[in-house]
Write a protein that binds this ligand. Structure first.
Ligand SMILES: Cc1cc2nc3c(=O)[nH]c(=O)nc-3n(C[C@H](O)[C@H](O)[C@H](O)COP(=O)(O)OP(=O)(O)OC[C@H]3O[C@@H](n4cnc5c(N)ncnc54)[C@H](O)[C@@H]3O)c2cc1C
Length: 377
């Protein structure tokens, strides 16, 4: 069974949902502790397109609805594709023309994998203090530094790396596109609690030489920072979409269970305390979806969206932790068993309050925008 969207579901979404249920869900249930074999990806992407998963994000809200469907059955796969898409967007929006033609289509087709690297061992929330440096030597930038917890990095062909670029006195933050085959970097897998098929890794840059034109934007331009913020807001919303899909899977499993499981001679779904949980889960899922769609619409229309994206990201990812936790409760001891998917949904949801900025940081962004006072120094 499936919980319908507040708005009337269109036929394409229903077709996509049925296709994903049939072809992708079995893989989502299978690859819970291992990485998905890389050579399966291009075929899977073609399968997704065949079922109506959009090939681009020209309509952000429609793309988010499709991504929610994929995240409902295989959140790690949606995470992997979304991050590759984020990398492709940097290349298409601001990369050198030669890479735009060569790299972006292959990234979007799942034939190659991209990552976006900001977090470092010593700088996570405070990424403005990052230490990875890129120094211009002739026609190349030479990158030195370490990035940590980078989605897709271990399997990546391209990395968009946020670096300090320029002189010691005035280094500015700029994204540099690194093509792994031409400019090798080392990676190391970092296992984690949930979303285990969504690879996270350390990247080590040691005198990594990258063509000068791969450094995005003109030096000293405010546009570089604006581009980074805009991309961040997009990926925050899309991380929130993954939470939404996970929460929906947990709610749907709970509805089935609450109808079937009997105690005291009645289905447990007839008990009002269980109904209260179902109310909370369904309502918070709808509220999250509306916040996410509103933020994505603002991004699409090029309106200011920092407050909206942070509200959506913080609310939806925390919502998924609450919803998956209540789903475990509804399932009783079975909820804790790996024979049921609930403990996996909970572990997956738990990872997302940290990825793409922690809840605490998003609360500070929202409060700064509402109050006009900043907690950041
Ligand atoms: C699944 C996953 C995928 C990820 N993918 C990527 C990726 O693709 N690219 C990338 O660059 N990074 C990625 N990350 C890293 C992620 O962005 C960082 O983990 C996150 O920004 C937090 O940084 P940190 O872990 O260093 O925590 P820290 O910044 O050290 O924070 C530790 C704690 O202190 C709190 N804190 C920090 N500052 C404040 C403050 N001012 N006020 C209140 N509380 C504060 C935080 O909220 C947190 O609770 C990923 C992480 C995960 C879990």
């Amino acid at each position: 069974m499936s919980i319908e969207l507040a708005t009337a579901p269109d036929k394409r979404l229903t077709t996509l949902r049925e296709g994903l249920e049939q072809d992708i869900k079995p893989l989502g249930d299978r690859y819970t502790d291992d990485h998905l074999p890389l050579d399966m990806l291009p075929g899977l992407v073609q399968t997704l397109y065949g079922h109506g998963y959009p090939t681009d994000s020209s309509d952000e809200v429609a793309s988010a609805m499709a991504s929610e469907e994929l995240a409902r059955v295989f959140p790690s796969l949606e995470g992997c594709l979304m991050i590759s898409q984020a990398c492709a967007h940097y290349i298409t929006d601001a990369g050198p023309p030669e890479l735009r033609d060569r790299a972006a289509p292959r990234l979007l087709a799942g034939e190659q994998i991209g990552c976006v690297a900001s977090t470092e061992p010593n700088h996570g929330s405070n990424n403005a203090a990052m230490e990875t440096r890129a120094v211009l030597r002739g026609d190349e930038y030479v990158i030195n530094g370490r990035k940590r917890w980078i989605s897709n990095a271990d399997i990546s062909d391209y990395a968009v790396v946020l670096c300090r670029v320029g002189t010691d006195s005035r280094p500015e933050l700029r994204p540099i596109i690194v093509e792994r085959e031409r400019s090798p970097y080392r990676t190391r897998d970092l296992p984690k609690l949930g979303l285990k098929a969504f690879v996270t890794s350390e990247i080590i840059f040691e005198n990594c030489r990258v063509p000068r034109e791969n450094c995005i934007g003109p030096a000293g331009s405010l546009k570089n920072l604006q581009l980074i913020f805009k991309k961040l807001q997009w990926s925050r919303c899309r991380m929130a979409v993954i939470s939404l899909g996970i929460a929906r899977a947990a709610l749907e499993a709970s509805v089935i269970y609450a109808r079937k499981r009997r105690q005291f001679g009645r289905p447990i779904g007839e008990f009002q305390l269980i109904q209260d949980k179902i109310y909370m889960m369904a309502t918070e899922i709808e509220a999250s979806r509306l916040l996410i769609h509103r933020a994505l619409a603002a991004i699409q229309e090029d309106r200011r969206s920092d407050r909206e994206a942070s509200m959506a990201k913080a609310y939806a990812t925390e919502m998924a932790v609450r919803v998956t936790s209540e789903a475990i409760q509804i399932h009783g001891a079975n909820g804790l068993s790996p024979d049921y998917p609930l403990e996996r949904h909970f572990r997956d949801a738990r990872a997302l309050t940290i990825a793409e900025g922690t809840t605490e940081i998003h609360k500070l962004v929202v409060a700064r925008s509402v109050l006009g006072l900043s907690a950041f120094r």
